[in-house]
Write a new protein. Structure first.
Length: 227
């Protein structure tokens, strides 16, 4: 078999599958609140809404179950997982531990390359907030934190955060919709960025903790009032 011209066979970019598209559409519908906690996810209805087969919908639902956004009950079938303060508090506590530790570690080793990457990520995040496009805000925020975790070498911790990303984005959408933030999201991120670039590990960890403490308090109030 002639392998001299294998370059033209190489797949440079993996194609987006129907399942991935379906997962993304349903996930965004849950995060945005279009599908709310307790809503049944009827396969036939989703097939019509998404324009895909039932097998694709079933795969997407299984994937979103793993993210904690969907729950399946014996009698009711799959439904959007309810968002309550008990679960949200656990997510915030995990984030506080992992993100504060990663920010401190990143600050200790921050060199010119890391600082440049983080400042670019902050610029992208600020632009996303200015555009007020929720999907861009979630992507830019994820990029900002990914830069911190990967620069610090906290790859396993980042994998844990990614598994929680659906729930994190859902809580982020909840808190960003309010107007009672003492400090805006970009301002918090700027403080984290500044502390890391100043190689101040203590200040970086505190900036992360302050940000999550404020966000969690807003989420607690909203979720408890909703209950």
């Amino acid at each position: 078999m002639d392998q001299t011209n294998d370059a033209d066979l190489r797949i440079e970019h993996a194609p987006t599958t129907l399942r991935e598209l379906a997962v993304d559409r349903i996930r965004q519908a849950i995060i945005s609140g279009r599908f709310t906690g307790g809503d049944r996810l009827v396969e036939r209805t989703l097939c019509d809404q998404l324009g895909v087969s039932r097998s694709v919908v079933r795969e997407a639902i299984r994937y979103l179950e793993a993210e904690g956004l969907v729950e399946t009950q014996a009698r009711s079938g799959p439904m959007v997982a309810k968002l309550d303060w008990g679960r949200a508090q656990q997510v915030y506590n995990i984030r506080r531990l992992l993100e504060a530790d990663a920010a401190a570690a990143c600050a200790r080793i921050a060199d010119t390359r890391i600082k440049d990457r983080l400042r670019r990520a902050l610029t992208n995040l600020e632009a996303a907030f200015s555009d007020a496009a929720p999907s861009r805000v979630y992507e830019a925020t994820t990029e900002f934190y990914e830069t911190i975790f990967t620069s610090a070498g906290h790859d396993i911790a980042w994998e844990v955060v990614q598994r929680l990303n659906g729930r994190i984005s859902r809580l982020r959408a909840l808190t960003l919709a309010t107007t009672d933030r003492r400090i805006s999201g970009p301002a918090h991120m700027a403080r984290i960025c500044e502390a890391i670039c100043n190689k101040d590990a203590t200040a970086a960890a505190k900036a992360v903790s302050d940000h999550l403490t404020e966000a969690s308090e807003i989420a607690r109030r909203l979720l408890e009032n909703e209950k």
